[in-house]
Design a protein around this ligand. Sequence first.
Ligand SMILES: *Cc1c(COP(=O)(O)O)cnc(C)c1O
Length: 373
Amino acid sequence: MKIEFFKHNIGKEEISEVNKVLKTIFLTNHKKVDEFENRFADYLGVNYAVGLNSCSSSLFLSLKLLGVSNGDEVITTPLTFVATVNAIMNLGAKPVFVDVDLETGLIKEDYIEKHISSKTKAIVPVHLYGNMCDMKKISCIASKYGLKIIEDAAHCIEGSRDNIRPGQLSNAACFSFYATKNITSGEGGAVATNDTDLANQLKIMRNQGMDKDASRRYTDEFRHWDVNVLGFKYNMSDIQASLLIPQLSKIENFWKIREEICNIYEYEFTKSGINFIKIPKNAKPARHLFVILVKNRDKILNYLKENGIGVAVNYRIVSDLTYYKKLGYNSKDYANAKYIGDSCISLPLYPKLKRKELNFVINKVKEGLKLYD
Ligand SMILES: *Cc1c(COP(=O)(O)O)cnc(C)c1O
């Protein structure tokens, strides 16, 4: 048996929507992006969504526009995709890592305060695996010290905690529509925010700082555009938006299927005493990744691969990557994150995963653990 790690949900409807865009004269007139933005903001329960070309640029631009610059410090965790940290570094700011909770892998809110210095400008909580951080606690800390919050919600489109969703208790929440995310346009991203000013500035910055969208230059009555700020190229295209719109209307159905798969994983692994990442209380998990924690991780990874099962590691911690090690980060300072980073395996989780395949994965995990644990 060959079981893919991930399969997307692009079907007839998405293909037909893309076809429609391909038949228009102007492949990037932004009407589809506008439509996606309105629908996505509605879905999340925020005032604005701004479509960009990736979550990385969403993080970068949000941090920049919220005032993070050279020499500032930004608090986050080392248990994340390197994109979170690179966004901070590319602004000349310094990532300050806080350890995570051993059960959930989420930032330890109680450890944040002791990492705050006079240089701290912002906190970037990562809603890892689709589990939301405690935004109530984090927003209290942020307002006490006058810090901005930029959520890395790449895993957490469908998630909530205490009935709060990404973008509702922060300055900005950043999403990814990369190839393996819950909804995808291959590449793509968005910022959700209730801040009118930030939303407007993002729309200008994504388009070289021009004060009018490029396409509207041609459709409105002629007007010269001007540039008042230094922007660059970060916009989403109509082709991407047209792939995302139909997926957005099916997103809760996809979620339900992943929730059922996770419930089966959890039931079976609990029964066999296999450790996995837990869901925080009062939360709806987005169910982006299902992660088990095992002792001889690399042996079990290979065992699953040899048996045709697609697996991934999300993630070895950032302070274990050579570039960051050389900067002086020491993984010993984040013992829980290090433990998860060294023992995590992500298993197949997607609506197209069949019951037969799921059973096969569960059995092979159990076998692998008997052999190597
Ligand atoms: C995928 C991902 C990103 C980056 O998303 P891109 O759209 O590829 O830039 C950032 N953070 C996390 C946690 C991710 O999983």
